[in-house]
Unconditional design. Structure first.
Lengths: 288, 288, 288
């Protein structure tokens, strides 16, 4: 869906109102892959991931997300962020597999560093962050969701860190992110088996906080945000930071090592073969 | 309620029996703010916080609590402690806000150090400790409850670390204390939003172990204590200590830093203004 | 039950098939205390503990278990391990108390080091590990179960780290093992009070993943194993290792200290008296 198409959506127009669309226009000049609607009255930014077809995270898209986060963090009027997708079937399909298949080392390195930045920026955001998960959310999509302070998910979709099913490994900070939400045991089960959970399964173990119908997901996110913004920002931020910093510092301390580890792992023949096999399967499915 | 009034309570007299009242008289000579009834037969001390109107924790009251803990720890006949309130509406209202509003640095420092001592003493107590939470239990009240080995709460009251609602921050050891009871995710939610939970909500996430009617709370606590005291003391203590020491050592290592951090934070203009505003509101409510 | 008796069991014969019994014969030449049936088609080894009457863990039995683990780890055809008991009343009764009562220091030291090895080997196993808990599982039996990736338990039995009830202490790695399964709070309660939980209680807190009837426990374990082995081994192993290594490294770093601590504690007069008292009670019960 293009920005133009987006503007034509009557529901969205009604929801955003004229002035927000202005803000959206100006904020999105740099990228139409990340649509930002910052409400000046509430200080809440709705950020839509908009990289068709399935919001898969490649280097440029990750950079766009990161730039958006930086801008919002530097905008004193912004207090809360709702992360969602312009695609009502897929929240985010995770890392773009084409970044990992037959990669150039320089770009692969840059890709991973940018993902680390997005994670640190979102996980440690000074904003109250709510994921309005309005579609499937595998792997990196699940990672983005677990970075937020609260998760509302539309029924009948799936979510999970399913890396092992593709023959790759969720990095320790993916795992830490999920563990902070559902605890060690459920994380261990989910990550080893690469579980893609239904919304109900995810709700049962606490991976999502609420399950809703597609029509109300954004409104529910806005309602929930109100309760978070009742707390004075500095008190909420310091309390959040106190709990999030250990994991952020853990990645900071091992950052280069983590990049090296990823590059070495992905460029292994066996992993390249597994990815190739996976891509071949995707192509076959697409043809059917 | 004075000690005299307390003795007049028929239920309490019946419950305590004559000899316990003797013990209570002698042990409370130093302070009528902390009423101690140590049953020589069972080794169980019932400790009532008794600083009207709402057991708010000021420097002197904290010192009294600490002295009581020291005495009981040094008394070889004492094996268990039930912490409760002489006030059947409020277990403990938390830190006395007057200690933090327009404070003198010396007293503020002493106040915080004493609170640290109470926490380390109660959280790491060699006794089996049960909180009989017979009234509201916000902030520091919730902290005292989470220091205990088991929590029984009377229905229709509220409990939580609601610091952020007042524009202050729960220190890391408050957070660690709650996390040990309800896990990381529920702690994160509760502390960021400053949630005051109903007894049912608290029970659902495991913040309290049992919900009971006011008439039976002490008896339930006594019953539960029996099961803890079936275990040989040294085995229970070493097992407890093994699990509690990491958090205690964490505070010990950062003790001075934590005091400095607290003093700096509380004496900020913005925080003083928030507290002033809060006190003004309390006064207005009181006049109504 | 002897190996001979085992072979006579029609259900087992049918289940194992002829070729497995061959494998079992050859793998068990060293020890009839640990019966191994490795299915060459699936790569799944069913390991039966078989030290009558109750699979209590003495030095030789622990060595046998450890050797079995080493062999299976070195056998490239082996991908999964189902740990169960040849006794349909007791999974494993825990440490053999006779190793701790009036011990020789050399043997006591060797005993503890071997237990550490079994724990590290099973907890960090490259195999997918499932405990088919077909009987009571106190103390060290519970430890073996919590080392596995998944636990299926037969109804109407009990499980728990009940060390404190005998006046001894669950070592930190026993506690870490349980905490990884049920979290800090339930571990704290269970270990301090030495709780032996019914299958239902264990299921409620997540100490076991499934509760089944005795007839189906092995089949359920085989079914569950199928879902674990769908994941490429190296991806599952690296993901597992990432989550298990911190606890393994913790024991590795404190290994000698832990041995010393155990030897000092067990050889205390008070602990020897408690054990003597316990053994005396067992003998009295046996005579009745």
């Amino acid at each position: 869906m293009s920005l133009k198409q987006l503007f034509r959506q009557p529901m969205l127009r009604a929801m955003l109102g004229r002035q927000h669309i202005q803000a959206l226009r100006s904020m999105t000049t740099q990228s139409d892959k990340v649509l930002v609607d910052l409400d000046p009255k509430t200080g809440v930014a709705v950020v839509q991931m908009n990289r068709p077809p399935v919001n898969s995270l490649n280097l440029e898209f990750l950079s766009d997300i990161n730039n958006t986060l930086d801008k919002l963090h530097n905008d004193k009027s912004c207090r809360g962020l709702i992360l969602t997708s312009s695609n009502n079937k897929v929240f985010c399909a995770g890392l773009d597999i084409m970044e990992m298949y037959q990669p150039q080392t320089d770009r692969l390195t840059e890709f991973w560093k940018t993902l680390q930045n997005v994670w640190m920026n979102l996980y440690g955001s000074r904003l109250a962050t709510i994921a309005a998960i309005n579609g499937h959310s595998p792997a990196g999509g699940c990672l983005l969701a677990t970075c937020c302070d609260y998760r509302i998910m539309v029924q009948n979709f799936t979510i999970g860190l399913n890396e092992t099913q593709l023959g790759i490994i969720p990095p320790f900070w993916f795992v830490d992110s999920m563990e902070g939400v559902v605890g060690y045991r459920q994380t261990e089960l989910a990550c080893q088996k690469g579980l893609m959970m239904t919304t109900d399964q995810a709700s049962k173990i606490g991976l999502v906080d609420e399950v809703v119908t597609p029509e109300v997901v954004l409104q529910k996110a806005q309602n929930e945000m109100v309760s978070w913004l009742k707390i004075p920002d500095y008190a909420r931020q310091l309390t959040k930071s106190q709990m999030k910093m250990p994991n952020i510092n853990k990645l900071r301390a091992r950052r280069d090592e983590d990049v090296q580890h990823f590059v070495n792992f992905i460029t292994k023949d066996s992993v390249q073969q597994a990815l190739g096999f996976y891509i071949e399967n995707l192509k076959k499915k697409a043809k059917k």
